[in-house]
Design a protein around this ligand. Structure first.
Ligand SMILES: [Zn+2]
Length: 249
């Protein structure tokens, strides 16, 4: 798959990077990524992935824009209130980069539909706002063998991690949240710029994973303290009894 002259010009500042080059840019073009959640995290992720030239983006979100979203979701503007986020985010991608094929899915992911919606993607980036969705996404990614970048932000705390085979996201958070579909942003608040920080970091992790930059980052979770302005990284131990990834290598 060769890059056209127009693509070579468009991605020149990527291609000049020794870690990316034409080979890396072609990997981005060949990649098929599902983004779960077009909210605060998605507002950082979606422009970065579309700008980077990811070949196919599926944007999954069942929500509509509310005025209280606008402080952290710059994909949308005041006139968008009441419109579906997945449709608006897809329109944004088309305006930004005509080389990206994109499609909206206006559905809420749950354990019953997650595998069908995520199958066929090379990587899933989850920026959803509740544990029920995150666990459904993670369990499907484990079953399908798809690497998962998971990102979340609440109050002044953000976390971003890459999960592949084992440990999985469920090893990290456990099973307690299966029954507790808490929407932490609505209840606890979140600083808008912090969601953007987590989204940008998650997009970087996804791009590095696709291109193969920075070695294997799977099983690490990066935690950001938005008050101290400090990142720290923890390694997640595999849960040998995990009901999702037990038995995976
Ligand atoms: Zn697990």
């Amino acid at each position: 798959m060769a890059l056209s002259d127009e693509e070579l010009e468009r991605y020149a500042r990527h291609i000049v990077l020794p870690q990316v080059g034409g080979v890396g840019q072609n990997k981005l073009k060949a990649a098929n990524i599902a983004v779960v959640g077009a909210g605060g995290i998605g507002s950082g992720v979606i422009p970065a992935l579309a700008g980077a030239g990811i070949g196919r983006l599926t944007i999954i979100d069942d929500d509509v824009v509310e005025v209280a979203n606008l402080h952290r979701q710059p994909l949308f503007s005041e006139g968008d209130a009441g419109r579906p986020k997945a449709d608006l985010a897809t329109e944004f991608v088309r305006r930004l980069n005509g080389f990206v094929e994109t499609s909206p899915v206006r559905k809420r992911i749950d354990p019953g539909n997650a595998r069908a919606l995520l199958a066929g993607h090379d990587l899933v980036l989850d920026g959803s706002d509740n544990f029920a969705t995150r666990l459904a996404v993670s369990d499907a990614c484990v079953a399908l063998g798809i690497p998962l970048v998971s990102a979340a932000a609440v109050q002044f705390q953000a976390q971003v991690g890459l999960f592949r085979a084992q440990p999985c996201y469920r090893c990290f958070v456990g099973d307690a949240f299966d029954a507790d579909d808490c929407d932490n942003c609505a209840e606890l608040g979140v600083l808008g710029a912090l969601a953007a920080t987590a989204g940008s970091f998650a997009a970087l992790l996804a791009i590095n994973t696709v291109v193969g930059v920075g070695g294997n980052q799977a099983g690490k979770v990066h935690l950001f303290d938005g008050e101290k302005l400090e990142w720290r990284t923890i390694e997640i131990p595999p849960d040998r009894g995990c009901k999702a990834c037990r038995g995976n290598p």
